[in-house]
Design a protein around this ligand. Sequence first.
Ligand SMILES: Cc1ncc(COP(=O)(O)O)c(C=O)c1O
Length: 390
Amino acid sequence: MTDFTPRLARNLAKLPPYLFARIDALKAEAKSRGADLVDVSIGDPDQPTFKHVVRAGKAAVADPANHQYPSYTGKLSFRAAVAQWYRERFGILLDPATEVLTLIGSKEGIGHIPFAFVDPGDVVLVPNPGYPVYSAATLLAGGEPYMLPLLKKNDFLPDLDAIPDDVLRRAKLLFLNYPNNPTAAVADLDFYRKVVAFARRTGVIVCHDAAYSEMYYDGAKPPSFLEAEGAKDVGIEFHSLSKTYNMTGWRVGFAVGNASVIKGLGHIKANIDSGAFGAVQDAGIAALTGDQKPVEKMRRLYQKRRNVLYRGLRKLGLKMKKPQASFYLWCEVPSGHTSESFSSLLLEKAAVVCTPGNGFGAHGEGYVRFALSVDVSRLEEAVERIGKVL
Ligand SMILES: Cc1ncc(COP(=O)(O)O)c(C=O)c1O
């Protein structure tokens, strides 16, 4: 038999292995050596989906109406629930028929949107450090990511005025993400107003990723990008039920905002996937329209974890801002270390798995990210172990 080694498509070959796939391999290796790992590397809530949501999902699985191909754009009932949630949470009115699209998790929508609007040679403005999917999807669609540094001195907000004119002329999309992964920064309405003015001036489509909008602390609710006047004229917002309702495994999210952008994304999706499972959308309706007290309870739980980890790491002399939102602590590595050397030290000597900041892009160098994904006693254990190896 001749050797069968298929050559990857050029665009795919440009991508490094997915960050968390790499970390999974390192974890597996440490586990095989018998290490008792405290894993704070991935932003995956450890708590189960709320009971009333699971109940609704179970009943919906048994409903034959959900057994055939779902609608491409999502159930109108799900999109209406999204519109209601948006009105109650942000005071924003959305037309469920044209301004809301169901997604198979927000990663799916983020991964597909460049295919709707980016031609070869077009530029996509991408925060760096950032969620890796923004640049991966851009490259797969044949576009060029242009990195917007998120720096401590700018409160981890991009400096839009620093983008050169020749880049702006080719720029098609701008990805933003607040509360931010991985820096845990938040943006205020003033920033979003500047983004709207920037988009009006340049014609760039804004794609704001608000996956962590409900993971906030000390009562400081982050605004939606769509609250800025005119935002709906220039862009959309991605949302996820994953973190808010402990539903990462169910794969359901949504995009809202500008009807033409939503239509473009829907056009791509209709040609590639066949919509989210109806039962998952029914469970999503129960989550969005049902009792929100469990969400508040989750926030309190994460706030406790944030306090324990933040205080513990600060006591050890590590530097970071106290996060007001998101699932993460963005921690500066001690002097003499790189992101990789510090995260390797923690994995090998303390059996604590964090994420090296440079995995989120070059401007993440000098940082590691801790997720609030394990309970307080394990976080205390992690701090104690880290203290012994510093
Ligand atoms: C910033 C950001 N956006 C989007 C997602 C994707 O979430 P999902 O596809 O589960 O909705 C994640 C997941 O970790 C994320 O960190």
